[in-house]
Structures are given as structure tokens and as C-alpha cells.
Design a protein around this ligand. Structure first.
Ligand SMILES: C[S@@+](CC[C@H](N)C(=O)[O-])C[C@H]1O[C@@H](n2cnc3c(N)ncnc32)[C@H](O)[C@@H]1O
Length: 336
């Protein structure tokens, strides 16, 4: 992700502020399902406006801006989908990322309640329990979000000596399945809530290496955890919880590591002494403020100290190739 612009003068301020315009234009295009309606066809504004049941004037202005962003291309006076829109934003494509797009689109509305969350320190939906339907669509969204980075991480993480892996909060199984595909001798277990595991079963079902995936429905904070493993993998988990809950989770999990086993943590870490960088990690903390009871983003140094306190040894950082993996391509590891 790109860093937000630095503001040194009023012109920079204006530029940063109006950064909301393109995302808002994209939200409208998604709300109209514009890219699916366009499909592979070359459209005049008039005929597309008719198909979408919108005004020609509004659509003309929208399309000029989508063309500047590269999401559509202008050919003479007509428009067609650009390649990103064609692959990922068009319902007819097998690569359509509909669940993740819906989660992103929903954030437009949710971020509008940020002032309220800053005032109260609470999630905007603090009194609304998550429905099963929401958990299911969230799991699909996580799969669509993590599928590229999971492939990159699995390529680089050396799990050759490992026979068993527990993916803690593994959701739709995106990471576990990529680890299994790369390591034919590995078996993996997904530990998550039943709704997430149901999505994982749908994804793993048709895959040959999916046969080496087992499922453990449980709340990993409250329920007993079964088995011992060579590798514990926690991706995008610790940002959901407070430091004290994470420390408790690390302690619980240590007794499920085989001798010589390793824990890996992938998350948005703060990497500088001031707790400011990378900027994306602090932007993500806002999402945790809006949606979780006590979630946040944490310094890599602090997380390693929590691991030591929980009894793990030799904590350190594993760096992936630049530009690969989730977040900044940094993992935290430690031995049991
Ligand atoms: C942000 S998703 C991450 C999914 C996956 N690890 C990834 O990186 O793509 C967090 C996952 O943790 C699961 N989770 C969070 N708290 C949990 C708990 N207390 N018990 C079981 N699963 C939990 C959620 O259901 C969800 O699938």
C-alpha cells in the first residue's frame, strides 16, 4: 500500500483532503455494478446509461474519472472495462472478488462514524452481535484478500522439516492450503469458528492437497485447543485483541508446540521507535478501533517481548522478499 502524502503546506492539505474523491467515485461504480454490466462490450455513454438506468450526464462524468484511474478505457467516444476491472470487479469473471469488494464498499459508510468511535473508544457496532451470514461473507472476503500474499509467503517460508501446522484463526484456510500445496509431507489443522470453517471446506473440497487439511471448530481464547504441532501460524489475529489477551493467547498456544517447534506471526507491525511507521499500520489501527472491542496494531519489539514473557525463546523477524507477503513482508517468529 502507498503511504499517505505528507502535509507541509495548505496546498498539500487540500490535496490530501480531496484524496476521498476517487474512492467515492469507485464506490458509486460498484454500487451501480458498472463493471459487470460493461462486461467485455464497448459502450457509448448513452447506451450504458440506459442499461444502468442512470443519467447520461452523471455517467459521462463518472466514466471520464474512471478512465483517468485506468479502471475503464476510452476508445473514441466509447468506453470498455480496463484489465483490472475486467478480472476482479466484473461479476462474470472467475477472479471476481465480490465478497472483498463488498467489505471495502461497506467501509466507506463505516468510516463515516469515526468521530463517534474516537469519542467512545468503542466499535461502531458494539451492541450488535456478528450474524452467521456476516461471518460467512467475511471469511470469503478474507480469502479474496489473502490469496495472492498466501502464495508468496508459502513459496518463501521453509517448512520442509515440519509435519504438522496449526493455523490459528485460519479462517477460509487460504494460508494453510498454500502451505499444504508447497509441502507435500505437511498436514495442517484450521482452528476457527464454525462459519469460517464451512467456507474453508468449500474451498478445500475440490483440491487434492485439501485432503491434508483438518478442521477444529473452537473459540481459541475460551475453548480447549486440541493437539500439538510443529508450527503455529497466526496471520492477522493479534490486531483483533488487546495486548493482555494476546499475551494470554501466546501462553495458551505454547503448550501446543512440539519440542523444537516454531510460532510465526504475520500482522501489521509498527517497526520504528516512535510507533508511527509504517503509516499503513496506523491506518489499519483505525479499522480496529471502528470494528473491534480492544484491537490495535503493535510494535514488533513489544510483540517479541510478549512472546518471551509467555515462555518462547529466540524471538526474531523473518523478512520476505520486498513487495511480497501481507503488510510489509515481515513475520515474527519464536521457538517453543
Ligand atoms: C482477520 S481474519 C484472518 C484470516 C486468516 N488468518 C488470514 O490471515 O487471511 C481473523 C480470523 O480469526 C478468527 N477468529 C478471531 N477470533 C477468534 C476466536 N476467539 N476463536 C476462533 N477464531 C477466531 C475469525 O473468525 C477470522 O476467521
Amino acid at each position: 500500500m502507498m503511504s499517505p502524502p505528507r502535509i507541509r503546506n495548505f496546498e498539500d492539505f487540500r490535496h490530501a483532503f480531496f484524496g476521498f474523491r476517487l474512492p467515492r467515485i469507485i464506490v458509486t461504480a460498484l454500487e451501480l455494478d458498472l463493471f459487470s454490466v460493461m462486461g467485455h462490450t464497448l459502450w457509448t455513454v448513452k447506451s450504458l446509461a440506459h442499461a444502468l438506468q442512470v443519467s447520461e450526464r452523471g455517467l459521462d462524468i463518472l466514466c471520464r474519472n474512471l478512465a483517468n484511474a485506468g479502471l475503464v478505457q476510452k476508445r473514441g467516444t466509447r468506453y470498455q472495462c480496463g484489465h483490472v476491472a475486467q478480472r476482479f470487479l466484473n461479476r462474470q469473471s472467475h477472479e471476481y472478488r465480490g465478497a472483498y469488494l463488498e467489505l471495502m464498499r461497506q467501509q466507506w459508510d463505516d468510516w463515516g462514524h469515526l468521530t463517534q468511535s474516537v469519542k467512545t473508544g468503542q466499535a461502531i457496532d458494539v451492541n450488535e452481535p456478528e450474524s452467521n451470514a456476516y461471518r460467512r461473507s467475511f471469511s470469503w472476503a478474507m480469502h479474496e484478500r489473502s490469496m495472492d500474499s498466501a502464495r508468496q509467503v508459502a513459496k518463501q517460508l521453509n517448512l520442509k522439516q515440519a509435519k504438522s501446522l496449526l493455523d490459528v484463526g485460519g479462517g477460509p484456510g487460504t494460508y494453510a492450503l498454500e502451505f499444504l500445496a508447497k509441502n507435500p509431507k505437511l498436514s495442517a489443522t484450521l482452528l476457527d469458528r464454525p462459519e469460517a470453517l464451512a467456507v474453508a471446506q468449500e474451498i478445500a473440497g475440490p483440491l487434492r492437497h485439501g485432503k491434508r487439511l483438518a478442521y477444529q471448530p473452537a473459540d481459541f481464547l475460551a475453548d480447549p485447543i486440541q493437539g500439538t504441532y510443529d508450527i503455529l501460524w497466526l496471520s492477522n489475529i493479534i490486531h483483533i485483541y488487546s495486548p493482555s489477551v494476546n499475551r494470554r493467547l501466546f501462553r495458551r498456544l505454547r503448550s501446543h508446540l512440539n519440542p523444537g517447534g516454531r510460532i510465526y506471526i504475520q500482522d501489521a507491525f509498527l517497526l520504528d521507535n516512535h510507533g508511527l511507521r509504517p503509516a499503513e499500520t496506523n491506518l489499519f489501527a483505525v479499522t480496529m478501533l471502528l470494528f473491534t472491542e480492544s484491537g490495535n496494531t503493535y510494535s514488533a519489539v513489544d510483540i517479541q517481548a510478549w512472546l518471551k514473557k509467555a515462555g518462547y525463546v529466540r524471538p526474531g523477524m523473518t523478512s520476505l522478499q520486498k513487495g511480497t507477503g501481507d503488510w510489509d513482508g515481515m513475520l515474527i517468529h519464536a521457538f517453543g
